[in-house]
Design a protein around this ligand. Sequence first.
Ligand SMILES: *Cc1c(COP(=O)(O)O)cnc(C)c1O
Length: 228
Amino acid sequence: MADDVAENLAEVLAGIRRCEVDSGRETGSVRLVAVSKTKSADEIRPALVAGQRVFGENRVQEAESKWPSLKAAFADIELHLIGPLQTNKVRDAIDLFDVIETLDREKLARALAEERAKRGHCPSLLIQVNTGEEPQKAGIVPAEADAFIRLCRDDLQLPIEGLMCIPPVDEPPSPHFALLAKIARRNGLSVLSMGMSADFEAAIQVGATHVRVGSAIFGARPPHRQNG
Ligand SMILES: *Cc1c(COP(=O)(O)O)cnc(C)c1O
């Protein structure tokens, strides 16, 4: 089990490095966010022992139950929130996460700005773009992305570093990755979080700086929690 995680991790990292070379990207320019949602601290530890330090979780409460002890045991952990954030959880999220990848609406932007003013600090933020314009999915639709970026960055002075997307499951992902890259480029944003276990190579080809990989490292998750 522990051996599997270390082995899978090494394989994913090798795949990322290979893809960097093939795509003419600088070696080490793509960071792996190991998605540990639904996995226990014991299941996560082998990845930490193997040297992985950047992790993604999709629920604030679940992350709060696992990560304080792991953070105490391993230095330099960088934790990303990759699931939806409710405004009443903003305070907890700011305490625990180093990056929030799912800034997806004005109400949340204002809550983050307010909390930032109170505390004087805020995690790095990525804006989630709903590139497939799926009604059930979170994120700013592409047509409204430029205005939302301006609101967050210029009006609210939030530390917006880039964009994140989750393409529709039933479509080829590359056009969605390319669209996200285009929106980032025209807004001068450098971070692109895109690509998961099934498609991170395609994402790297069009400029991903962060890939979020879960099941390829930690194994399959129980189906009812897959997208939650
Ligand atoms: C679960 C999840 C991932 C990882 O998906 P895998 O297919 O297991 O690699 C990536 N991004 C987000 C937002 C997720 O919720």
